[in-house]
Every structure is written in C-alpha cells, then in structure tokens.
Write a protein that binds this ligand. Structure first.
Ligand SMILES: Nc1ncnc2c1ncn2[C@@H]1O[C@H](COP(=O)(O)OP(=O)(O)O)[C@@H](O)[C@H]1O
Ligand SMILES: [Mg+2]
Length: 243
C-alpha cells in the first residue's frame, strides 16, 4: 500500500469515528488503543489542514485519467482551498521531485491568495511539508524537491518555453488574454506520461474557449455554490446581497 493510500485509510477511520459522534478528544483516546504508529498517524491527519476538505474539493482519482480538473463554482465555494490541497498532494506524491506551473492573474494574486492566503498553499500544507517561495527564481519549492514555476496571466508571453508535469491556473476568466494564456499553458504541460491541469473559475460569462475546455472528453467539471462551504459566514452572504 502506498503512503497516500495508508493516509486515506487513516482519514477514513477518523471520519468513521466522527460519524459515530465522537469528539476530537474521544478520537485521540480511541487512537491510543491502536499501535503506536497508527496513533501517530491519526494525530498527523487530525492536524493536516486538508483534513476538512469536502468530497467535492478532493482531487478526482488520478486513475480516472482526467487531463483537466475544472473547478467552476460560485465565489467562496472553496476553490482555492481545494486547489491548494490538490497542489500540495501532487507535489508530495503524484509528481514528487518534478516541476509544475502555477499561473495567477497577477503577481499580487499569486502572493496574497495562492501562496500566503487563508486558502493558499502554505495554509493547506502540514507543518512538515511547507512550501517556500524563491522570488529570485519565481519558483515555489516543497521540502521533497518538487517545484513549481510561477507566472502570471497579465503577461502570457512569459508562459512559454517551460516543460512541466502539471499546471494550475486560477481565475482564468479574468485574464485579459485568457485564450492565449491557456494555449501557452497547454504547450508547457508536456512532461511525463500523464500531465494534469487544474483550473479554477467563477461561472463563465461569454468565454467560448473556456466552454470548449469544459467539453473536452478528459475534463472533469466540479460545480457548486457558496452555501456548500459551511466555513462561509453569514457576513459573506449579507455582503453579497448588498452588492
Ligand atoms: N473544506 C474547508 N474547510 C475549512 N475551510 C474552508 C474549506 N473550504 C473553504 N474554506 C475556507 O472558506 C474560505 C473561502 O474559500 P476559498 O477557497 O478562498 O473560496 P473561493 O476560491 O471559491 O472563492 C477560505 O477562508 C477557505 O479557507
Ligand atoms: Mg478564489
């Protein structure tokens, strides 16, 4: 069994306990009855920030062969939260030691949302797998040697000449030259036997090319509303209503 499969089994065990109505303390007490290794594994999962992902936020099984996972949901659904968890998982397990590509709308969006934000890569990584950012190399680096080049949609020409195993593009719909950027991203994702691209966007308005991406046979589209995010506060809905 792979480490990731073992981790999923432990997560399943904890979720079973939660279903039975056990509190965090009771789960930790029950875990003490397991072997010391399993006890440690339970404690590890409980402090993994990705533990609370809702099923729709989980990266679809890679065995299903998808090429694009398109999270097209309302604001505040938890797209960034889901994507950050997926990127950390890809960097750690599926593409360990390989290079990916992160494309944000602007550098500010990369820094404040994708990297350091509440639903960013650092927030969603456990303490022993914290990514760091090298400004000099425009690169995110994880502890196991995995890396991701950082580029922005405000400069599509820069998204060229890279060879990567995976890519992530955030809020593609907002980019001024979204279609060109998308083509350039696809040209970069050519390393390995099965490259993956994760896209996030609020619902489409008039972007015909994005609709075509959705219709590709190897695209998985996840849709959803803000209400599905139980971590969302009423304040968010009041502000939405006031806008
Ligand atoms: N499964 C979850 N568990 C805990 N907090 C979550 C979860 N999903 C989303 N959140 C939180 O809800 C807020 C909105 O999520 P975010 O990913 O930024 O939404 P979106 O990108 O869809 O607008 C963030 O503070 C995020 O950390
Ligand atoms: Mg977002």
């Amino acid at each position: 069994m792979s480490i990731l499969e073992q981790r999923k089994k432990v997560k399943g065990w904890i979720k079973g306990c939660i279903k039975q109505g056990l509190s965090g303390q009771q789960i930790i007490a029950r875990a003490l009855e397991l072997s010391p290794e399993l006890h440690q594994a339970v404690l590890y999962e409980l402090q993994d920030p990705a533990f609370t992902l809702r099923p729709k936020q989980e990266i679809p099984p890679l065995e299903s062969g998808w090429y694009v996972w398109f999270l097209r949901t309302a604001r505040n659904f938890g797209k960034n939260h889901a994507a950050s968890a997926a990127l950390n998982e890809m960097a750690r397990y599926h593409f360990a030691g390989e290079t990916g590509l992160i494309v944000a709308a602007t550098h500010k969006d990369f820094w404040s949302t994708i990297f350091t934000g509440k639903s960013g890569l650092q927030a969603l990584a456990p303490p022993d797998f914290q990514p760091v950012y090298s400004e000099r190399h425009l690169e995110v680096r994880w502890p196991n040697g995995s890396r991701a080049a950082v580029r922005t949609g405000d400069n599509p020409e820069d998204i060229r000449g890279l060879t990567v195993s995976w890519a992530y593009a955030d809020e593609l719909i907002k980019w001024p030259k979204g279609e060109i950027s998308w083509q350039n991203i696809q040209n970069c994702v050519r390393e390995g036997s099965h490259p993956r691209i994760i896209l996030t966007s609020t619902p489409l308005r008039g972007a015909e090319w994005l609709r075509k991406v959705e219709d590709l046979p190897d695209t998985i589209v996840t849709t959803g509303t803000s209400r599905e995010n139980t971590a969302t506060t009423e304040v968010f809905f009041r502000n939405q209503a006031a806008n």
